[in-house]
Design a protein around this ligand. Structure first.
Ligand code: ATP
Length: 299
């Protein structure tokens, strides 16, 4: 899979405050990529840098493998701050103004965009009659002018009620289905779990982990075990209580436990009592909940 965006050692200081510390990761094409972290972890700074709004002190990034810059920009739509729409103008007129000012898209495209964000039926309604969710969808519509292949959104559901949040989630999923790549910042674990395919987790400007949501966010403890006598180990483990599933993987035996219930000492002593000496025992992955708990707990 080609990467749409690659960051390499991006570092940013605001005076003495370090907002980003040597951050590197790649965004696969076609992914819904969540940048997850608590307030102040550097998400907005990171998005601002890759959108050329801010300059990094160190490090670099490339869009689409470093193609010609002018062309690449046209393929990126972004929503960093809520745009200033005119309250007494309709949605269609507001988008016409966005198009005229930014030069993105065409006048003819406005209805298509309004349809995509579910506002076509209300296109003539004044902006100030819209719910917060509709206003946010219009803002995403503005970012969609010019049919960008990549959409960058900063906290797209911030301040919305549950209905508005659900609508934005649906919209993001639909845009992804059409083959767009979506990069979004969020401080909500739940949101990232529900809409994202990939994630990068930031804590105080440092990348904690990155990968596919399945890899990173698995809601189980996974324990890997190995022994010279794997067949006997397997037989013994099948008599051990407490785990959810067992399988062989990459030369080891893998057990899954409900979140937070794997106890390596207990496993080790159970095996030893049953005549097995382990030569490999480790927790392979921590669940994201555990990771997120660690990262939101300061220090
Ligand atoms: P939030 O969700 O609250 O916006 P964030 O994860 O987007 O948080 P940033 O806004 O990127 O984080 O901020 C990262 C760090 O940089 C924070 O410590 C913040 O206080 C600091 N910071 C951000 N902008 C500035 C600025 N213009 N001047 C000084 N410090 C700043």
């Amino acid at each position: 899979m080609q990467s749409v965006l690659s960051l390499n050692g991006v570092t940013k200081f605001y005076g003495k405050i370090q907002a980003l510390n040597n951050v590197s990761f790649s965004v696969p094409e076609g992914s819904v990529f969540g940048i997850l972290g608590p307030n102040g972890s550097g998400k907005t700074t990171l998005l601002s840098i890759v959108l050329d709004v801010l300059k990094a002190n160190k490090g670099s990034y490339t869009w689409m493998g470093g193609e010609d810059d002018g062309e690449v920009r046209k393929k990126i739509g972004s929503l960093l701050e809520t745009p200033n729409f005119y309250h007494y103008l309709s949605a269609a007129d507001n988008l016409a103004i966005t198009h005229a000012i930014s030069g993105r898209g065409t006048k003819e495209e406005i209805d298509t965009v309004l349809d995509k964000v579910g506002l076509l039926a209300r296109k003539k309604s004044k902006f100030n009659t819209y719910s917060l969710g509709m206003k946010q969808r219009l803002a995403i519509g503005a970012a969609l002018l010019g049919s960008p292949k990549v959409l960058v959104l900063d906290e797209p559901t911030n301040g919305l009620d549950p209905e508005g949040i659900a609508e934005i989630r649906e919209l993001i999923k639909n845009l992804a289905k059409e083959g767009n790549t979506i990069i979004m910042a969020s401080h909500l674990l739940d949101e990232v779990e529900k809409v994202c395919t990939h994630v990068a987790i930031l804590k105080k400007g440092t990348l904690i982990t990155t990968g596919s949501v399945d890899e990173v966010m698995i809601n189980e403890d996974i324990v890997e075990l190995g022994s010279h006598d794997k067949a006997t180990l397997l037989t013994v483990l099948k008599t051990m209580p407490g785990y959810n599933s067992i399988k062989e993987e990459l030369g080891f035996i893998q057990l899954t436990f409900s979140l937070g219930t794997a106890n390596l000492s207990e496993i080790n002593s159970y095996c030893f009592k049953n005549g097995i000496v382990l030569n490999h025992l480790r927790v392979k992955r921590k669940s994201l909940e555990t990771k997120f708990f660690e990262l939101t707990n300061q220090n």
